[in-house]
Design a protein around this ligand. Structure first.
Ligand SMILES: Cc1ncc(COP(=O)(O)O)c(C=O)c1O
Length: 385
């Protein structure tokens, strides 16, 4: 099975890194649930010595996602946060990082409560405004850490412009591409050096695995990430690797339905008299709608909206029947959540306010159910306000 160089995206998703199993011809890469590998003689082995360092199921996933993201190599970790932690080991004490201000709460917690202890410094800026990035760069800035669209208010950063600024300052550009998924945007094509994902979300897509991946293009990053994955050992296990590999095969068709359903719900909410504001890049009044049209091939499966008060948000969250009240996103089933008290609880209240994570904000991770059922569920819950 040789993938041609000009293979299209959905073909890459299904076939990249997927050789038939050499011992049986099994079309699906098996779950190599083993801790070690028997050597033929001292110093003679088949390229596998110990399963923290190498595992064929994990290797198949890493090759698959590296190809999907148009990178050189991928490294799979036990969670999205473990993947981010590994990326941050590229830095040393005294280095400064410019970060999207509206970044995932767990990223903020890692940077502020863990990495500051190691004398790393962080500036959080509105990266949807390129001049804010430029203004935040210092001689010690070694990394630009971007998230676009942001969680949960879906602000969009111009990846080409932002990565160019990083390059001009000799800083590594890192993009958390979890929210869009590579089906909608591939940051490396816009000049990013490193892409990071929580595979827990759209890449796996079935809410049954926690994982993360880093994809890199530059030799020095690839070498260091390979080293640190083994040295720190926060690897993705073979069962989870297999689950994510199964997920990536259907990523493009799942994303088509996520996009369509989310767009329909965003329009429904925008027209509803009880909704104060809707955040969705596909709506013409979204501040970066034109940029989203240029940079992304779909507007994504996440919608957030304001209801005017915490009480109203609480009533809605407790009134939905089909949608599940839960953290996380990117699965086939629709989830509803309250960012201020759930995903962003670790962000201080005044910082939450500044980035638009208000107490009346509700976030939907729109699944791939029938749109009529989703609309009916929201409508009956809104009727109770
Ligand atoms: C944008 C983003 N990045 C990273 C993470 C962390 O991933 P994980 O929960 O797999 O550690 C999340 C989790 O919600 C996320 O939404």
């Amino acid at each position: 099975m040789k993938l041609r160089d000009n293979a299209r995206f959905s073909t890459i998703c299904i076939h990249a890194g997927q050789e038939p199993d050499p011992s049986t011809g099994a079309i699906i890469t098996p779950i190599y649930q083993t801790s070690t590998y028997v050597q033929d003689a001292l110093g003679q082995h088949k390229g596998y010595e110990y399963a923290r360092t190498q595992n064929p199921t994990r290797a198949a996933l890493e090759a698959n996602i590296a190809a999907i993201e148009k990178g050189r190599a991928g490294f799979a970790f036990a969670s999205g946060m473990a993947a981010e932690g590994a990326v941050m080991t590229l830095l040393k004490s005294g280095d400064h990082v410019v970060v999207t201000d509206n970044t995932y709460g767990g990223t903020y917690r890692l940077f502020e409560q863990v990495l500051r202890k190691y004398q790393l410094d962080f500036s959080y800026v509105d990266t949807s405004n390129a001049s804010c990035i430029e203004a935040a760069m210092r001689p010690t800035t070694k990394m630009l850490f971007l998230e676009t669209p942001t969680n949960p208010v879906l602000r969009i950063t111009d990846l080409r412009a932002a990565c160019e600024i990083a390059r001009a300052h000799g800083a590594t550009s890192v993009v958390d591409n979890t929210f869009a998924s590579p089906s909608l945007q591939r940051p490396i094509e816009f000049g990013a050096d490193i892409v990071v994902h929580s595979t827990t979300k759209f890449l796996n897509g079935h809410s049954d695995s926690i994982g993360g991946i880093v994809v890199a293009v530059r030799d020095e990053h690839v070498e260091w990430l390979r080293f640190i994955q083994n040295a720190e050992g926060a690897i993705l296990g073979p069962m989870d690797s297999w689950l994510v590999l199964r997920g990536t095969k259907t990523l493009p068709i799942r994303m088509e339905r996520h996009n369509a359903n989310a767009h329909a719900l965003a329009e429904f909410l925008a027209a509803h008299p009880k909704v104060v504001q809707v955040h969705y890049p596909g709506l013409p009044d979204h501040p970066q709608h034109e940029l989203a049209k240029r940079q992304m091939s779909g507007f994504g499966g996440i919608v957030s909206f304001r209801l005017g008060s915490l009480e109203k948000a609480r009533t809605l969250l407790n009134s939905v029947r089909l949608m599940a009240l839960a953290e996380s996103l990117g699965g086939v089933e629709t989830l509803i959540s309250h960012p201020a008290s759930m995903t962003h609880a670790s962000v201080p209240a005044e910082a939450r306010q500044r980035i638009g994570v208000t107490d009346d904000l509700v976030r939907l991770s729109v699944g791939i159910e029938d749109i009529e059922d989703l609309r009916d569920d929201l409508a009956q819950a809104l009727d109770r306000l």
